[in-house]
Design a protein around this ligand. Structure first.
Ligand code: FES
Length: 118
């Protein structure tokens, strides 16, 4: 039984913190622009209603932003650049494949923990 509303549900962090907090947020490192790039690609490929690109609040990986996660497979991408978007869209959203050179690793998640312990 298929119970998914969308083939892919993408959450792109667009969280914005007040400047006085001092820590990095994904809005200030391009999260909104990256999300819009994905929305345009979804529309261009006629996937509206099948692929959903949502704004997300903090995904708790701020040190490695901008960040996104793609469900249902839970593919995490961190430190995303403009020129990564087409690749992520084509491989992970259209073809359900991991982008090996971009996928977040356990090492990166561990590094975030280490940064926070300092
Ligand atoms: S602000 Fe984007 S992951 Fe925290």
């Amino acid at each position: 039984m298929n119970y998914n509303k969308y083939l892919k549900h993408v959450f792109v962090c667009t969280n914005q913190r007040s400047l006085d907090r001092g820590s990095q947020d994904c809005a200030s490192c391009g999260g909104n622009e990256l999300r819009l790039q994905l929305v345009k690609l979804v529309n261009k490929h006629g996937l509206k209603g099948k692929v959903r690109i949502n704004k997300a609040g903090c995904l708790d990986v701020c040190e490695k932003g901008p960040a996104m996660v793609i469900y249902p497979d839970e593919y995490w991408y961190l430190n995303i650049k403009d020129d990564n978007i087409e690749t992520i869209f084509t491989q992970s959203i259209m073809n359900n494949e991991i982008v090996n050179e971009l996928i977040a690793t356990t090492r990166e998640f561990d590094e975030i923990k280490r940064i926070r312990l300092k």
